[in-house]
Design a protein around this ligand. Structure first.
Ligand code: HEM
Length: 487
């Protein structure tokens, strides 16, 4: 077997020297994806690190990552057996669960419930569109209110609520107002989730750190608290759904999941009632932080590059007109807007490294042997900044996605890696792209966004499962002919 052969040959994967006890933990820096890319230049696209007690293999670059996640899809589809992963969704998470036959059924049910309430047919798509439109218009009202009250303001809370409300509407058929205190408190902590489960987090690889007062102990405590509170919120909603469940009417995704798992005609072996709460909790968590991070970056790039903002507004005005709001159907006419969104995803790579993977058996990649149960980090940032693939990857240029006729180059957009690929690919990618498109189109159609001259407008960010821009403030003005409508 490969493992024995490697042992006999005494081969070790390339990588930096690992110190006793901590390994390479102190070398990750504040932006580990950049450290990984730097190390890949020195040691190659497949290299090894040790974080505390865990051996970790880091995969970089377009070719190696595609080879691993597509050609050896099943071999790289596991999740590490981390303590923190077991705490998510009451231990019944699909996102953080092991790769096995029950997981496959679980993923199929989650994916089909998303489709049923979004892209399944023209009717469901219209309903989904209405949810996003309502949220975009509410967001604009709140932005304008904040501008009147404070002048420049930080848009974090508003974007978090808007993103959470779309997925809440799909899951529970309910949205919350921006001032709802209970919802505000719940969401206030959600962005702490990614600190624990992101690649490079030391919570699981150096668990002994929790014995002493230090930032890791606080991060882990917050993680446990927020998982408990969030799961209680979801359980409460599922109890209400069970009490009012009518097999004739599927109101939302919670009903759809209850229907398949608890009332289905097919026996879903291994899936219990608790998987209902687990699935809804997963979808709510996964569909919220990522969307709000993408809207953050979009706003920052619009104020940093005002000429791009004006170009987008002119395009939308020309193609949509001023008498109605943009819709999903306008997407094909707004190639430059789509290009702007893809460039935001590529350039910022705001999910820089996927959720950690783990090998399900011994596997050979690039001539190197990786044993079963090795933790694997997939560096998406390195794909989006791969110099062999992208011209001047460090430059923000939406037009790189347009061909000579101004149409979207699908080969290039497919090369952007932000939703991962293979067996663990994001199942919300379609609704995420639609949502981000419509939010951005409506915001630009209705408002102008201005930077605060006192802000430096750097692209500096904090690292977690998602990258977040450091502090920036905006002022939002209704466009001339929208003033009456939004006042
Ligand atoms: C997983 C990205 C929105 C549901 C993931 C992963 C990434 C990702 C990178 C990890 C894949 C891996 O480990 O290899 C994004 C981005 C989004 C987004 C960039 C928005 C722009 C959503 C939405 C939903 C969703 C809206 C659902 C409502 C999921 C689920 C998984 C996942 C369920 C777990 C898949 C699995 O483990 O099999 N996403 N996501 N995501 N995402 Fe998303």
């Amino acid at each position: 077997c490969l493992w024995v052969r490697n042992l006999r040959q005494n081969r070790r994967l390339p990588g930096p020297f690992a110190w006793p006890v901590v390994g390479n933990a102190m070398q990750l820096g504040s932006l580990p994806h950049l450290t990984f890319s730097r190390l890949a230049k020195k040691y190659g696209n497949v290299f090894q690190l040790r974080l505390g007690s865990s051996e970790v293999v880091v995969l970089n670059g377009d070719a190696i990552i595609r080879q691993a996640l597509i050609r050896y899809g099943a071999e790289f589809a596991g999740r590490p057996n981390f303590t923190s992963f077991q705490l998510v969704s009451g231990g019944k998470s699909m996102v953080f669960g092991s790769y096995n036959t029950v997981w496959k059924k679980h993923r199929r049910i989650a994916l089909s419930s998303i489709r049923t309430f979004s892209t399944a047919n023209s009717q469901t798509k219209k309903r989904f569109e209405a949810h996003v439109m309502e949220e975009a218009l509410e967001l604009i009202q709140t932005f304008i209110h904040q501008t009147r009250k404070h002048g420049y303001f930080e848009p974090t809370h508003e974007l978090t609520v808007a993103a959470a409300n779309v997925i809440c509407a799909l899951c529970f058929g309910k949205r919350y107002c921006h001032e709802d205190m209970e919802f505000k408190a719940l969401l206030g902590k959600v962005n702490r989730f990614g600190e624990t489960v992101s690649a490079g987090s030391l919570v699981d690889t150096m668990p002994w750190l929790q014995a002493f007062p230090n930032p890791i102990r606080r991060i882990y405590k917050d993680f446990k608290d927020l998982n408990r509170e969030f799961f209680e919120f979801v359980k409460d909603k599922i109890i209400q759904h069970r009490q009012t469940f009518n097999p004739e009417v599927t109101r939302d995704m919670s009903d759809a999941i209850i229907s398949v798992i608890e009332h289905g005609t097919r026996v879903e072996d291994g899936l219990t009632k608790e998987h209902v709460e687990g699935t809804v909790n997963d979808l709510l968590g996964a569909g919220q932080d990522t969307i709000s991070a993408s809207l953050h970056w979009i706003l920052l790039l619009l104020i940093k590059y005002p000429h791009i903002q004006v170009k987008l507004q002119r395009l939308i005005d020309a193609e949509v007109g001023r008498d109605r709001l943009p819709t999903f159907e306008d997407k094909s006419k707004l190639a430059y807007l789509e290009a702007f969104i893809f460039e935001t995803m590529r350039f910022t790579s705001f999910v820089p490294v996927t959720i950690p993977h783990c090998t399900t058996c011994d596997v050979m990649i690039d001539g190197l042997h990786i044993p079963k149960d090795t933790v694997v980090f997939i560096n998406q940032w390195s794909v989006n900044h791969d110099e062999s693939k992208w011209k001047n990857p460090e430059v923000f240029d939406p037009s790189r996605f347009l061909d000579d006729k101004g149409a979207i180059d699908r080969d290039l957009t497919n090369s952007v890696m932000i939703f991962s690929i293979g067996k663990r690919r994001c199942i919300g990618d379609q609704i995420a792209k639609l949502q981000v498109f419509l939010f951005t189109a409506i915001l630009l159609h209705q408002c102008t966004f201005e930077a605060n001259p006192a802000d430096k407008l750097t692209l500096d960010c904090t690292y977690s499962l998602t990258l977040r821009p450091l502090h920036f403030t905006i002022c939002v003005k209704p466009r001339e002919d929208c003033k009456d409508k939004v006042s």
